[in-house]
Design a protein around this ligand. Structure first.
Ligand code: V47
Ligand code: SF4
Length: 345
């Protein structure tokens, strides 16, 4: 019998931490044994100029003339891609702010020019929120946008922008963003076009445990209805330099992070992977998460701006050998993958 939301809430709140983590680890081992998946990748956060101002976000700048605002041109993006590919990158994770000026054609050119120069690398690009922004700007539907981007070389959508899908909470932390329903409908459309996607949840701010479980339920339902999610990534709210800092000035505890990873693994029984995003959790906690249900460590990353703007203290990137050594030290087996979970011996 499948876990109900009441059971999930009860386990999350009341199970002893060790028991909860063991249960989640047993389930993870049923799916993947001792394997831990990782990717040689680079994040390219192409601009921080954004028409929105989500309260938790320390990365975005509304004004283009803010001295900290940037907007990389295509040669800069190509240079960053080239550097990563020379280091063996199999995935470019490309996301940015919602720039007010660029036409949709600019993003099509971004992907098609990358694809024509670098045929083998996977392009995991643009959150559902960016897809909706392009749709509004070009008077197209999100599905039409996805079709064009797929044609231009898009391989997968990252899971950002989900925040908390429960609308009452979403309204309080990012009221101007697409609704939770709209976020889900972009991923539904992507799956219908055979574009695989990920899903995130930003937690550890004003949301209640019930909101987290409701968020997981929406994802589980969508995966039943229109499968296509590879990984779920619980994103740890980081409190620095954002507008939520006055209300939530501290990062949540390690126990809360591990409980959230574990309950996600158990509840999302139709998701292949739970990711321990070491950039936000920190390496030590990410290693513990590998024994609490997580089967993926994301990647080498090389450069990251969103979490580091909000106070992430992790290094900017890890080399592939350090990544593998970390996994082996935990008694687990590193498996290199790409954005589509093709694996490499
Ligand atoms: O969408 C913004 C979040 C996301 C903060 O799909 C914050 O493989 C914490 O989505 N504290 C971007 N989080 C990161 C993301 C992601 C990361 C790794 C892998 C994948 C994947 C996706 O970061 C944003 C937003 O939800 N974010 N501000 C903050 N203060
Ligand atoms: Fe813009 Fe994304 Fe930051 Fe929101 S989270 S302000 S959409 S960059």
């Amino acid at each position: 019998m499948r876990m109900t939301t009441d059971e999930a809430l009860d386990l999350f709140l009341n199970a002893p931490l060790q028991d909860l983590c063991k249960k989640a680890n047993d389930f993870k081992e049923k799916l993947h044994g001792k394997k831990v998946f990782w990717v040689n990748n680079r994040q390219i956060n192409y601009t921080n100029v954004c028409v929105l101002h989500c309260r938790f976000c320390a990365f975005s700048k509304i004004k283009k003339d803010n001295p900290e605002a940037y907007d990389w041109d295509l040669p800069t993006i190509h240079q960053k891609a080239k550097e990563a590919i020379e280091k063996g990158a199999r995935e470019l994770h490309i996301v940015g702010g919602l720039h007010p000026d660029h036409p949709f054609e600019y993003y099509v050119e971004m992907l098609s020019s990358l694809r024509s120069k670098f045929q083998a690398v996977n392009l995991k690009a643009f959150t559902a929120v960016e897809i909706c922004h392009f749709a509004k700007k070009s008077s197209r539907t999100p599905k039409e946008i996805l079709e064009i981007l797929k044609q231009a070389g898009l391989d997968a959508l990252p899971g950002g922008g989900a925040e908390i899908l429960v609308q009452s909470v979403r309204d309080k932390i990012c009221g101007k963003k697409e609704t939770g329903e709209e976020w889900l409908s972009v991923h539904r459309a992507a799956h219908s076009l055979s574009i695989p996607t990920n899903a995130t949840m930003l937690f550890g701010h004003i949301e209640k445990p019930e909101d987290r479980i409701a968020h997981l339920e929406m994802l589980r339902n969508l995966q039943d209805e229109a499968p296509g999610f590879f990984a779920f990534i619980p994103l740890v709210y980081l409190p620095q330099k954002n507008d939520l800092n006055r209300i939530v000035p501290k990062r949540t505890s390690e126990e809360d992070i591990l409980r959230t990873v574990a309950i996600s693994r158990l509840f999302l029984d139709n998701f292949p992977h739970i990711k321990a995003y070491w950039i936000q959790m920190g390496i030590e906690t990410a290693m513990k998460a590998l024994h609490a249900g997580a089967s993926d460590l994301d990647g080498t990353i090389l450069e990251e701006k969103i979490s580091h703007a909000a106070g992430a203290s992790s290094p900017i990137g890890l080399t592939p050998s350090v990544m593998q050594e970390l996994i082996i030290k935990e008694g687990l087996s590193p498996i290199e993958r790409d954005a589509k979970y093709e694996t490499y011996p």
